[in-house]
Design a protein around this ligand. Structure first.
Ligand SMILES: [Zn+2]
Length: 124
C-alpha cells in the first residue's frame, strides 16, 4: 500500500462527506474566496508552499485531513471524485484559482507534459 493509494482512499471518503454536507461546506468556503479582474475565483485562505490553497477538513468521527482547496471545489461542482490516474489542471494557470470551470480533469502524464511545455514557452 503506497502513498498514492492512501491519497485516493482519503479522497473517496472526502467526496462522500462533501456530497452529504454540501451547503455547510460551501457556506464555510465562500468566506475565503474573491473574484479577480481576469475572472478567476481566488482562494484567500492558507496557501501552501507549492502554490495551492489548502483547508483542514474534519470528517466524522474524528479524522483530520488537509486537502487542496481547488480539488474540493471541483468535487463540490461535479459531485464526484477525480478519477484514478487523473489530476486537475488549471486552464487559467493560476494555482490559487478554485473556479471549477477553470479546472480540467487530465491524466497525470498529460498534466506533466503541459507544465513542461508552458515552462518552455515562458523561458524557464
Ligand atoms: Zn482561474
Amino acid at each position: 500500500m503506497g502513498k498514492t493509494k492512501n491519497r485516493v482512499d482519503a479522497l473517496a471518503v472526502l467526496t462522500h462527506h462533501v456530497r452529504r454536507n454540501k451547503e455547510r461546506i460551501i457556506a464555510r468556503l465562500s468566506k475565503w474566496v474573491e473574484w479577480s479582474p481576469s475572472g478567476c475565483l481566488l482562494w484567500r485562505g492558507t496557501i501552501k508552499r507549492d502554490g495551492y490553497g489548502c483547508v483542514n477538513f474534519r470528517m466524522p468521527p474524528n479524522k483530520h485531513i488537509q486537502i487542496r482547496v481547488h480539488i474540493l471545489f471541483w468535487v463540490l461542482a461535479n459531485n464526484r471524485n477525480v478519477r484514478k490516474g487523473f489530476e486537475l489542471d488549471h486552464t487559467c494557470q493560476t494555482p490559487t484559482c478554485v473556479l471549477p470551470h477553470h479546472l480540467n480533469e487530465v491524466t497525470e502524464q498529460v498534466n506533466k507534459s503541459m507544465v513542461h511545455e508552458r515552462r518552455r514557452l515562458n523561458g524557464y
